[in-house]
Design a protein. Structure first.
Length: 122
């Protein structure tokens, strides 16, 4: 926390590395070889969020809309998988593109949440 705002921070070798200089949270991390991937989100005052993805402390992408909060990240070769939850339910993004999880035939009032992901390489 810096001042009265939370900030996404990565601690590496007892040193804090600020990932984002605005109100933000880090939510998951994954090591792929020597690369460290971190997901988190930026929180707007109106309650909206933008999901954020960092590689080795450098912002790689932002996923906007849906009040999406990432909870897991996985990397397989050149593909980056980010899973999380939004007001629309569970979402999965691959390289920043929504994969539209199929939840049929469940009723519309069912709430879907995702907690983690596992990717089996082809």
């Amino acid at each position: 926390m810096i001042g009265d705002e939370y900030r996404a921070i990565l601690w590496k070798n007892n040193t804090a590395e600020l990932l984002y200089d605005k109100s933000s949270f880090a939510t998951a991390l994954y090591m792929a070889g020597s690369d460290l991937w971190v997901t988190g989100y930026y929180y707007y005052l109106n309650g909206l969020t933008d999901a954020l993805v960092w590689k080795n402390g450098v912002l790689q992408s932002e996923i906007t809309g849906n009040r999406f909060i990432p909870v897991a990240v996985y990397v397989n070769e050149d593909d980056v998988f980010v899973a999380g939850n939004s007001e629309d339910g569970a979402l999965l993004f691959v390289n920043g593109i929504s994969q539209g999880l199929n939840t049929a035939p469940y009723p519309y009032d069912t709430i879907y949440m995702i907690k983690s992901i596992c990717v089996i390489p082809r």
